[in-house]
Design a protein. Structure first.
Length: 267
């Protein structure tokens, strides 16, 4: 919108005066056609002889529109939720993916939304699609999967700066879904499975090392006490019998453990 203030001219004022006179002559019938109601969440951009009246929107409440010379356009100021259709992109590491999202925006300047762009909603949707493709094309697949919030904020900043002159404020951008080819999904699943197997083997090896250290310490304790080995033998038999619910007969006298302990201590 041009910043310079220009009047409607002498002819314009004559037409406005005639229109106002027509309203007075046909009063009170014409008043019903001149009074318009604007809701709380709406603003009306009034054009008088093709020029925006007062360079600002009218409402909410009742507004007066003169016949023949005035026209108006209502603009909804509520937040609009716009779904971005799935966009096929090529990431920085040459992986094809389909990404869709959601854009939440609202119109904060009704005059700019009417005067600066033909269809503000269609323009915002197309710009959101382009921004989504441009931003995601600079990211790798790992960054795309792990950094959704950062990417959404980057797209929001891009859209907000581009739609400022349209009177649109982008409130939020969300990446809804990311779809990658089945071959890439299988490769990623195999990589994750291999990583889990590697981790399991490391944990098992660590457990074996700890168990070996514990057994070494236990053998030193048993070596210091001759009666410890028979007691440990009896506890092992008790545990085996309790687990299998059976009676175990082992043809080995307990005295042999005592003699073995004596020989060890004597030797």
């Amino acid at each position: 919108i041009a910043d310079r203030q220009e009047g409607i001219g002498v002819c314009g004022w004559i037409l406005v005066s005639l229109s106002f006179l027509l309203v007075l002559i046909t009063f009170p019938i014409s008043i019903w056609a001149c009074i318009k109601v604007v809701r709380e969440y709406e603003r009306a951009v009034v054009f008088r002889l093709g020029r925006i009246l007062s360079k600002k929107a009218k409402g909410p409440g009742m507004i007066l529109v003169l016949p023949c010379t005035d026209t108006f356009i209502k603009v909804d100021l509520r937040t609009v939720t716009c779904k971005i259709p799935p966009q096929e992109i090529l990431t920085r590491d040459a992986v094809t993916a389909q990404v869709d999202g959601v854009v939440h925006y609202r119109i904060h300047s009704a005059v700019s939304a009417v005067a600066n762009v033909t269809d503000v909603h269609s323009a915002t949707l197309l710009l959101a699609q382009t921004a989504l493709r441009n931003v995601l094309g600079t990211q790798s697949l790992a960054q795309l999967l792990a950094g959704r919030e950062e990417i959404a904020h980057s797209i929001q900043a891009t859209l907000d700066s581009a739609t400022e002159q349209w009177g649109v404020k982008v409130a939020r951008v969300e990446i809804k879904d990311i779809r990658i080819p089945m071959a890439m999904q299988r490769a990623m699943a195999a990589e994750a499975e291999a990583a889990q197997e590697k981790k399991a083997k490391v944990v098992a090896a660590e457990g074996e090392r700890n168990a070996s250290t514990a057994l070494q310490r236990a053998s030193l304790v048993l070596a210091e006490s001759p009666a410890g080995l028979p007691l440990r033998y009896l506890l092992t038999l008790t545990a085996v019998a309790a687990q299998n619910h059976s009676t175990i007969v082992f043809p080995l006298p307990i005295n042999m453990f005592g003699s073995l302990g004596q020989k060890r201590t004597g030797g």
